[in-house]
Design a binder for this molecule. Sequence first.
Ligand code: GDP
Ligand code: MG
Length: 193
Amino acid sequence: MKSFESNKGSLFKICIVGDGGVGKTAITDRFLGKKFQTGYQLTIGAEIKVYTQNIDGKEIKYQIWDLAGQPRFKFVRSSFYKGSHAIIMVFDLTKIESLFNLFSWKQEVFKYIGYEIPLMILGNKNDLKDQIEKRIIRDCIKKLKHEFLLAEISYFSTSALNGQNISDALRAIGRILLRTPLIDLYEKVIIAK
Ligand code: GDP
Ligand code: MG
């Protein structure tokens, strides 16, 4: 228990999920301050990126697991969710099915994790025209919250192209994680096993 407590504020594992092509890799590259790439490079299996952020004078390290979104990688993904402290779910603001697919993403993630952890939803590519109506997005998030009895879901509209809201979203997760008692998560993991 003690070692877990001392973890607080130092290292958090976050999985980023969502359909292929919504911008997960571009978003995680942004976290790292990498240049935006226009070419589409398929993520195979998972990429793990470590990112440090300073929140209210506290240094927080995130280990971000960028998972492959394609269904054929599903069997690999299950083992990656274990031990996550938070989940980022991404959809493409110009592709309504990527928003509706968040329901199955949510189901998959929590089937493997087995307990509730903070969830953040990012509607990405807000630099593009012809976006899904705000009302539909709001309704979907409300439904997700209701269906899965979640206390809290945070939502940000982002752009990995121009960087809008990307570090703010991560900072928001950091703040949520800092006030989530890790001892609780630890006990939940034990129960889930
Ligand atoms: P992933 O499969 O979810 O990892 O998606 P990628 O990060 O590989 O991005 C898929 C494609 O969308 C790439 O061509 C990116 O350049 C593009 N893309 C990602 N984020 C944005 C964004 O915010 N705005 C725009 N316009 N394109 C984006
Ligand atoms: Mg990718």
